[in-house]
Write a protein that binds this ligand. Structure first.
Ligand code: ATP
Ligand code: LTN
Length: 336
């Protein structure tokens, strides 16, 4: 019924390596939370992933692994559209059209483009610069009202809004202008365990900086035990003066559902050793059932293939409508 229809929501994660607890807390956790309230569409962004070098066999493996992880984390493929980005050609097609309303100046100013260009100096390619235009195409194709992401994607969302508004102004109302859904507070940006001044990143050369959703219990506990804190002994949430401890508190609260004050009280007078061990054990306990479910799903290839094929089909049908509208608006000849 008109008016009671759920609004659309879109997000994606790149299959560019092991998914970290930062990706989970900043994004995937909200994918699960929002699936009742919105009509949700989630993609494995393989087209985005190849903007930095990927080993083809690893990309294939990570794509299937990420699909299994989405479901293992609680995303219901019956309620949501789950698909692989490259299976729906409309993403690349709309990105081409949006390129004609995007300016090289605004793309070269993007923080992620500058960071990744510096990090992959041997492979600064057009795809890396065009990354946010493809991301805009992802979102706008599904007329998404909401886009759950971590804080690092805020700038790309702003650009998506700008491109949507620019296109709508030039060609008439075509796209929904989306809003971001970024976790409030420090959950939007989980920091590296090895250097709490930097974002936790799966592409960090130091594996002690991140915890992945696949890390086994001993690895998780070891990484938290080693986490950089400070010379003080008080477990207190104070991101400015105690970034390491505050980051661990954020992780602890995300996995227990507790508030920071409650967690501070729990660890009052207990010292960092105790605290770090408790955080490590909590995370390991939370990851165990997800890992078991992911392994079970990966062993059931027929089921996963079916989810992926159905998802592509459903995504294709929605995306095709928007793309037809866009082609009509820009004046492509579609027959009389
Ligand atoms: P890389 O760190 O290798 O650049 P990435 O993890 O940032 O990659 P994606 O896999 O595409 O890139 O990120 C998926 C989602 O996870 C995005 O919504 C992103 O904002 C979020 N995210 C990534 N890192 C963090 C973090 N440290 N804290 C919170 N959210 C994060
Ligand atoms: N660039 C995102 C991944 C991504 C995405 C999207 C997120 C690709 N397309 C569309 C939201 C909406 C990242 O997190 N690095």
């Amino acid at each position: 019924m008109e008016g009671t229809e759920k609004k659309s929501l879109f997000s994606a994660v790149q299959p560019s390596g092991a998914v970290t607890i930062g990706n989970y807390i900043g994004a995937i956790r909200n994918f699960v939370k929002l699936q009742e309230e919105y009509s949700c569409i989630y993609a494995v962004a393989d087209l985005h992933a190849i903007t930095v070098k990927q080993e083809p066999a690893a990309l294939r493996r990570n794509t299937l692994g990420l699909m299994a992880l989405f479901i293992a984390c609680g995303i219901d493929p019956e309620k949501c559209v789950l698909f692989v980005q490259s299976h729906v050609p409309a993403h690349a097609e709309l990105a081409w059209v949006l390129n004609t309303v995007a300016y090289p100046g605004e793309l070269s100013r993007m923080t992620q483009f500058k960071d990744k260009s510096a990090k992959h100096a041997e492979n600064v390619n057009m795809g890396l610069m065009d990354y946010p235009v493809l991301m805009a195409a992802d979102i706008l194709l599904y007329q998404a009202a909401l886009v759950p992401v971590g804080a690092d994607q805020k700038q790309h969302l702003e650009l998506t809004r700008d491109l949507a508004i620019r296109f709508n102004n030039r060609y008439g109302d075509t796209f929904t202008v989306p809003d971001g859904y970024i976790p409030k507070g420090s959950g939007a940006r989980i920091m590296s365990l090895a250097d709490p001044s930097r974002k936790m990143s799966k592409s960090d050369e130091n594996p002690n900086g991140f915890v992945t959703m696949d890390d086994d219990r001993d690895t998780v506990i070891r990484k938290f035990k080693r986490a950089v804190t400070d010379s003080d002994t008080e477990v207190r949430f104070d991101p400015e003066h105690k970034p390491g401890v505050s980051n661990l508190l954020t992780v602890y609260c995300a996995f227990t559902g507790k508030g920071t004050e409650e967690a501070e009280r729990e660890f009052a007078g207990r010292g960092y050793g105790d605290f770090k061990l408790a955080v490590g054990e909590t995370v390991a306990d939370a990851l165990a059932p997800v890992q078991a479910e992911k392994a079970r799903l990966l062993a059931d290839k027929a089921y996963l293939s079916d989810v992926i094929a159905k998802g592509a089909d459903r995504a294709f049908r929605i995306a095709r409508k928007t793309l037809s509208k866009v082609y009509r608006k820009v004046g492509f000849y579609r027959g009389e």
